[in-house]
Design a protein around this ligand. Structure first.
Ligand SMILES: CC(C)(COP(=O)(O)OP(=O)(O)OC[C@H]1O[C@@H](n2cnc3c(N)ncnc32)[C@H](O)[C@@H]1OP(=O)(O)O)[C@@H](O)C(=O)NCCC(=O)NCCS
Length: 195
């Protein structure tokens, strides 16, 4: 049964390296996490200091230690720049073999296919290494970009979960998307390989 116990393996795609973030990454990821347009449909408020980003990185790595979440930084291999992050907000093996993904990338990098590439890598990891059977994405019903991204990856929109999340602006309805192992197996899965 999969446990990560704090180990966040590097994953590689043609253009990207996905790796564990460290506190030294805080100034760069802060640019992304402080941008109102990026955080608009996420369950965090835009950050206002680099220290908050440092704390978040520490928190995410701590969550990996206790198998509650696993988050990779998304690095452009050609420049070494950290563009965003993605990973599993949660997973549950016993009784369901499912996990929920989360992701964001800074605005200058939007619509260049980067998140498609990054998500294919973590889907491969989720299905092949974590042995998940069902991967979920919870998307704000107004977040057209994220909905279109998941649809392009073969996810099915299952329906609206009412007031399923609580954020600084109150309870939020979210669309539930999912991709099953048997569906993913039929598609193109040759996008990630451990380094
Ligand atoms: C949603 C997000 C992750 C997409 O990342 P990205 O790297 O731009 O996505 P890609 O370039 O791989 O897009 C793949 C496909 O998804 C769809 N898509 C992505 N962004 C879209 C947008 N803003 N509007 C409509 N379709 C969009 C398109 O079909 C796109 O293919 P195309 O560019 O060939 O038409 C990015 O906009 C983002 O970080 N947004 C803010 C954070 C966020 O909302 N996270 C998700 C929370 S659920």
């Amino acid at each position: 049964m999969y446990t990560c116990k704090g180990y966040i393996p590097e994953l590689e795609t043609p253009r990207l390296k996905l790796r564990r973030m460290t506190r030294q990454d805080a100034p760069e990821i802060y640019r992304c996490w402080s941008d109102r347009e990026v955080t608009r449909f996420m369950n965090i408020s835009p950050m206002t200091s680099v220290e908050e980003a440092e704390e978040m990185i520490g928190f995410l790595n701590d969550m990996a230690e206790i198998d509650d979440a696993i988050r990779w930084g998304i690095v452009d291999k050609s420049t070494g720049r950290l563009m965003g992050s993605c990973g599993y907000n949660s997973w549950q093996i016993k009784g369901s073999y499912r996990g929920e993904i989360g992701y964001e990338i800074h605005k200058p990098y939007w619509r260049k296919g980067y998140m498609t590439e990054a998500l294919k890598a973590i889907l491969t990891f989720g299905f092949e290494t974590m042995r998940l059977n069902r991967i979920e994405g919870l998307v704000d019903h107004r977040n057209d970009g994220s909905s279109a991204l998941l649809a392009s990856l073969g996810f099915t929109r299952e329906g609206l979960l009412r007031q399923v999340q609580h954020t600084a602006s109150g309870f939020k309805d979210m669309q539930m998307y999912s991709l099953l192992y048997e569906e993913w197996q039929k598609g193109d899965k040759n996008h990630a390989a451990p380094i």
